[in-house]
Write a protein that binds this ligand. Structure first.
Ligand code: ZN
Ligand code: MN
Length: 254
């Protein structure tokens, strides 16, 4: 079986592949989080999974099922927790899931593991989970881990061509041009282009307040408009991101 999907393999086939090929295992991490009226709640896990699958195909790797619940949505990068449908976990839960995954893949004999993050808020808890997992395994362990945010693989030239009027920054790119374009490329039937809001970019003060204030966030939940999104932009970004992810993985794992 030449599939990239780990969960479609029977265990003896998976075991044989791990022992024979030492494949890179990609573990996408996402969130279940509002993405405006035009994108599905599962966008972050879907996109992390999609780019992981394309990168895995280029390096003969496997994609494990995504960790699909992320750390709590923040107003300035995901709209916050005040939306129906956004379903988040405590930091300790995410850290524990990542730590468990590190230990389990090491037990399988996996030596190359890549966490592909698709939800901004997850970053430091992935770092902590990986650190604790590797500490559990001890210094003799053969497992090496790469962690990445897939959008960091976009070059400045590509961002300039996708955002002719100027790039608003990744934090405000929630349910906006990058995610909407990638969804138009990977999952076009799940995008409601007729419902894309035209709100101007959100304007946040340089501090946070708790409890968070719903009125800081545009009603739609979109932090900058997705009006410029196209499937062609999505394809160009996906091609660049997955090619450069594959190069990074080859470079680190040899
Ligand atoms: Zn997102
Ligand atoms: Mn998110």
């Amino acid at each position: 079986m030449n599939t990239v999907w780990m969960n479609q393999l029977a265990w003896p086939d998976y075991e044989a592949r791990v022992q024979r090929e030492q494949p890179v295992i990609f573990l996408p991490v996402g969130a279940l989080e509002q993405h405006g009226p035009h994108l599905p709640l599962g966008t972050d896990a879907m996109l992390a999974t999609a780019v992981a699958a394309d990168a895995a195909a280029q390096v003969g790797g496997l994609v494990a099922p995504a960790l699909s619940y992320g750390y709590k949505s923040q107003p300035k990068c995901g709209g916050g927790q005040n939306f129906c449908g956004t379903t988040s976990v405590d930091a300790a839960t995410l850290i524990g899931s990542v730590r468990d995954a590190v230990r389990e893949f090491a037990r399988h004999g996996v030596t190359k593991l890549v966490f592909v993050n698709g939800h901004y808020e997850n970053q430091w808890f992935l770092i902590e989970g990986i650190d604790l997992g590797l500490r559990d395994l001890g210094p003799q362990a053969k497992l090496q881990v790469v962690r990445l945010e897939y959008w960091d693989f976009l070059t400045e030239q590509t961002l300039a061509s996708v955002f002719p009027a100027g790039f608003p920054g990744f934090a405000l790119e929630h349910a906006a041009v990058i995610e909407t374009s990638l969804m138009l490329y990977y999952h076009p039937t799940l995008v409601r282009q007729d419902l894309i809001p035209g709100d101007p970019p959100a304007d946040f003060p340089p501090y946070d307040v708790y409890p968070t204030k719903r009125h800081w966030v545009p009603i739609s939940g979109v932090l900058s408009s997705a009006r410029g999104a196209t499937a062609d932009k999505g394809q160009r970004m996906a091609t660049e991101v997955t090619k450069r992810m594959a190069e990074a993985v080859r470079h680190e794992f040899g």
